[in-house]
Design a protein around this ligand. Structure first.
Ligand code: HEC
Length: 152
């Protein structure tokens, strides 16, 4: 009888461990996915900023390729913000708790970014690209100021 109970507890313990490590793997994958998305955004900036600074000629194809890469890397965005990916846990993240306390603000920051990306995508010459770009830069900054750890 005692050993049966002990076995039951043991099994429950193993199951609980199994479940929490599966959840951890998901959280880790989510954080890695958002970092990869953001790295693609960083790469997009490296294509565009030199043009804005006059260090490289305008190149619509290069802009479009960088945007497409960022869009592809960020496609799963909505699914990467589980409770288990909050800061303060075992997993390292630059995400701020405000993402979860101000979901409307976070969504608005994402919306501003989407709108700015669309405007850059729609620009077809140097002048319209240069007119559209500042809002894109501001959208990165706007979200990071509120929702990304400032010291990293
Ligand atoms: C809607 C919010 C939001 C927008 C818009 C946004 N970011 Fe981020 N960014 C984040 C968050 C949150 C993190 C931290 C993610 C984490 O560590 O879990 C981050 C992290 C990063 C990182 C670090 C990635 C790493 O390897 O850890 C880079 C680089 C970055 N962002 C660049 C950009 C650029 C460039 C833009 C604009 C083109 C941009 N971001 C737009 C929210 C945003």
């Amino acid at each position: 009888m005692v050993s049966k109970i002990a076995m039951g507890l043991f099994t429950a313990g193993v199951l609980a461990l199994g479940l929490s490590s599966a959840a951890m793997a998901d959280a880790k994958a989510s954080i890695e996915a958002r970092e990869a998305c953001m790295k693609a955004n960083g790469a997009m900036m490296k294509v565009m900023v030199p043009v804005i600074k006059g260090q490289k000629p305008y190149d619509k194809a290069a802009n479009d390729a960088a945007i497409a890469a960022a869009e592809a890397a960020c496609a799963g965005w909505a699914g990467w913000w589980g409770e288990d990916t909050k800061p303060g846990g075992d997993l390292k993240t630059e995400a701020k708790a405000e993402i979860w306390t101000d979901p409307a603000g976070f969504e608005a920051a994402g919306g501003a970014y989407m709108k700015a990306v669309a405007a850059v995508k729609a620009s077809a010459d140097e002048a319209s690209f240069k007119a559209a770009f500042p809002d894109l830069g501001k959208s990165c900054q706007g979200c990071h100021e509120k929702f990304r750890q400032a010291d990293q």
